[in-house]
Design a protein around this ligand. Sequence first.
Ligand SMILES: Cc1ncc(COP(=O)(O)O)c(C=O)c1O
Length: 380
Amino acid sequence: MKLFDVYPLYNVEPVRADNCSVWDKEGIEYLDLYGGHAVISIGHAHPHYVNKLKNQLDHIGFYSNAVQNSLQQELADKLGKLSGCDAYELFLCSSGAEANENALKLASFHNGKHRVVAFSNGFHGRTSAAVAATDNKAIIAPINAQQEVTILPLGDLEAVEVALKKDDVCAVIIEPIQGVGGLDQAPTSFFQGLEKLCKQYNTCLVLDEVQSGFGRSGKFFGFQHHGITPDIISMAKGMGNGFPIGGILIAPHIASKYGLLGTTFGGNHLACAACIAVLEVLEKEDLIEKSRILGEYFTANATAIKGLKQIKGRGLMIGLEFDFEVAQLRKELIYNEHIFTGGAKNKNLLRILPPLTVSSSQIDTFFTGVKKAIERLELV
Ligand SMILES: Cc1ncc(COP(=O)(O)O)c(C=O)c1O
């Protein structure tokens, strides 16, 4: 059977990984500054994580949501404490798109409205409502295009008010730091204005923390840089350090009801064990603060890179915008410098999304590698 061909692949196959390194079949070591697309939060194969998953598998890996699973409450307690979002309630699912799908659906159940407001260059996933709220026509099939979505310029509060005044908007969805769109961030005044408008017009403010959450931005959630209180927060990626788990945090004024949301796999024993291990390591190794400090180290030293136009992002969610397209540079970094990095919708942007355990010397290795690659390719 052939694989459905939807991914353009680099010719490298990691077979082993440890902390910020991965090794291919030939035993070549690569520095992972991509974190498998912002997924690896506490480092590959962290011993505490591995033991917790192995031990869980020895006991019970899965049972349905029809019976008690106290790991879900343990996860909720630890997450509430570490994130400072204790007052919220938790619904668990298995991916970022599913988290956003549930967030938008819940908003619509809550206020009875049906339109979504989202922002230019945003990305929220590939399922029905999530993809309709994503500003990329190429991935919106006709079946998704039936959703009522208004895409507005990021930062345009007046346009948001015009849309909300029509009284049909169930949710405004926004990433605190745009991921694939290219690391743009609206200012604090915009986030605070959004919060106010959403309250005024009975619309749910949904913060998509799928990529920026779990410490990546230097705070537990990216929205915490702006002093706002969203109605719903969606999470995934770093939550499971590679184990598929997602979830939403729901403000207490949004009422639950049996059957309102549901899932077969969400919140299963293995997924909970993975997320609990992640939370324990984030706390024990102070990785959220480390993400902030290492992010500052990275941005302070990246200015010396030739051809760099702009540094974007926060913490260890960083975008390096060059005055040339980076596709060739990424290949050179992988094949000759053995460093994984990410790309973005903006073809001039290199994305840096390492495990939060990355060290300053590994960041220096990147600076040396990128310098050599740029010189070899004669890009500047
Ligand atoms: C901000 C954001 N939201 C949602 C998603 C979708 O997550 P998933 O691929 O787990 O469905 C992504 C994935 O890249 C993302 O970056």
